[in-house]
Every structure is written in C-alpha cells, then in structure tokens.
Design a binder for this molecule. Structure first.
Ligand code: ZN
Length: 132
C-alpha cells in the first residue's frame, strides 16, 4: 500500500515530526508484520529518524548540518541552494522501519522527521507499507 502526504513547511530549514503520518499509514494498510519505507521525492529535503523528546536536538541537527554545508555563493549550481542539496544528500531521501504487531518498531525516544532545507514550500512524502 502506498500513502501520499502533503506537508507545508514554514521555515527555510526545519525538522517536522511525521511519526503520526507513518503510524496512520501503517494502521490503514492492515499490515501486521513487514516494513515501511518513508520516501521524500525532493532534492533539497530529506527523511531522518532521531530524538522526539527534546526539540533542541532538531535545532542542533540543523546547526550541525549548517556547519558542514554553509550557505555559500561560490557553488556552481545557479539556483544558489547547493547547501540544501548537500544537506539532503547527507541526510538521505528515505528511511525504512520494521513493522511488528501493526506498529512501526521505533524506539521510545525516536521520531520520524521530514527535514526541510530550502523552504518554506509544500512538500510530498510517500509511505510504502509492505507485508513481509
Ligand atoms: Zn537547486
């Protein structure tokens, strides 16, 4: 089963917790045991799994990625957002989660995050749920 979600981001860079979307997709699929692939079809955004308790962690991830890939006008790409393309490649376009007992097998402190690196924009996320 394939689910598609639209997300409106509010800042140039932010991490949005999409765990509830993933849980909903898994529930609606009826899959009890399998896997879910969460995929972002954008070149300046990404999907990651990280801490859901302290929101400072999301801010620090953005801060850390900015250190690795700062905004810089010296890149060749004419659109001027190469820092966002690099952050997207570093973070990755997808995550895979095991499903057991009809639920994503996330750790207590883990959340699934949509990572915006060149917003604000309207974005799409796909969740493919498979019985395995
Ligand atoms: Zn670009």
């Amino acid at each position: 089963m394939l689910k598609k979600f639209e997300i409106k981001t509010a800042k140039r860079e932010e991490l949005l917790n999409i765990s509830a979307f993933v849980e909903k997709a898994v529930k609606e699929s009826g899959v009890k045991s399998g896997a879910a692939v969460i995929f972002c079809p954008h070149t300046t955004a990404a999907i990651t799994i990280n801490e859901n308790a302290d929101p400072d962690v999301c801010e620090d991830i953005i801060k850390g990625l900015k250190k690795i890939s700062p905004m810089d006008k010296n890149y060749a790409h004419i659109e001027g957002n190469s820092d966002a393309h690099i952050k997207s490649s570093l973070t990755g376009a997808s995550q895979t989660i095991i499903i057991e007992n009809s639920k994503p097998l996330l750790g207590v402190w883990q959340g699934v995050y949509f990572c915006e690196f060149d917003g604000p924009r309207t974005r799409t996320v796909f969740v493919k749920v498979m019985q395995l």
